[in-house]
Design a protein around this ligand. Structure first.
Ligand code: DX5
Ligand code: ZN
Length: 216
C-alpha cells in the first residue's frame, strides 16, 4: 500500500486547516513538514512552534524533514511539538549514529535522507538504525522543482539494500512527484510519496491525492 505525505510547504497558510482536512479525507497518510535553516539549504521555513500548531490542526502523523545543519540541538523541541518522525540529512551531521539514537530515545521514528548528489552507499551503514530512508529527487530547499531522473536508479539500489538489511524500512521519495513520476518511483521500489506542489497547487487536492495513491 502506497502512502502519500502532502508537504505543507506548498499549502495556503490562510486556509491550512481546511486544506489539511481535505487531505485527511482524501486518504493522505502523513503530513510532511519541511524545516529549513537557511544554512543547510538556501531557504527558511518552520520552527517547532509552527509544528505544534500544525499538530493541532490534523490527526495525521507529522513526518518532519529537517534540512538543518547539526540538528541534535533541535530534536527535543520538535519531539515536544508533536513530530512523529524526524528525518535528518546524512550530509548535515558529524555523528550520525548518535543523532539517530537520540531521535529513537525520544520514542519516535527516525529517518535518514540524502541529497541527489550523495551516493546511496553513504547511508548503508545506518540502515539498521532507521525506520525510513528518504531519497531526495530534487536538491532540497524549494517546492516545485523538476524531478531528477537519476533518482530512479538510486531508489532501485536503496530498495535492494533495504530488502537485504532491514525489509520493514519505509522508502520515501521527495521532490518533483506528480502523476508522471509517481508510477516510476513506485516501480523502482518507493512506498511513501511526498508531494507539495502537485497536491496543494492543484485545483483539486482530493483528486491529486487519489491519483498518487492509485499506484498500488
Ligand atoms: C524540498 C522539500 C519538499 C518539497 C517538495 O526541499 O523537501 O518536501 O515540499 O515539493 P514538490 O512536491 O513541489 O517538489
Ligand atoms: Zn521534504
Amino acid at each position: 500500500m502506497i502512502k502519500v505525505a502532502p508537504s505543507i510547504l506548498s499549502a495556503d497558510f490562510n486556509r491550512l486547516q481546511h486544506q489539511l482536512k481535505i487531505a485527511e479525507q482524501a486518504g493522505a497518510d502523513w503530513i510532511h513538514v519541511d524545516v529549513m535553516d537557511g544554512q543547510f539549504v538556501p531557504n527558511l521555513t518552520f520552527g517547532p512552534k509552527i509544528v505544534e500548531w500544525v499538530n493541532r490542526l490534523t490527526t495525521l502523523p507529522l513526518d518532519v524533514h529537517l534540512m538543518v545543519n547539526e540538528p541534535d540541538v533541535l530534536i527535543p523541541a520538535f519531539v515536544k511539538a508533536g513530530a512523529d518522525r524526524l528525518t535528518v540529512h546524512i550530509e548535515a551531521i558529524k555523528h550520525i549514529h548518535r543523532t539517530l539514537k537520540m531521535i529513537k530515545d525520544h520514542g519516535i521514528s527516525a529517518g535518514i535522507t540524502l541529497n541527489p548528489g550523495t551516493s546511496a552507499r553513504a547511508i548503508e551503514a545506518v540502515i539498521p538504525e532507521v525506520d525510513l530512508v528518504l531519497v531526495m529527487s530534487v536538491n532540497p530547499g524549494f517546492g516545485g522543482q523538476a524531478f531528477i531522473e537519476s533518482s530512479l536508479s538510486k531508489i532501485k539500489y536503496i530498495f535492494k539494500m533495504i530488502k537485504t538489511i532491514k525489509p520493514d524500512v519505509y522508502l520515501e521519495v521527495d521532490g518533483g512527484i506528480d502523476m508522471k513520476t509517481a508510477p516510476l518511483v513506485v516501480e523502482a521500489g518507493a512506498n511513501v510519496l511526498v508531494a507539495g506542489s502537485f497536491i496543494f497547487s492543484s485545483d483539486d487536492i482530493k483528486k491529486s491525492i487519489h491519483l498518487l495513491k492509485n499506484h498500488d
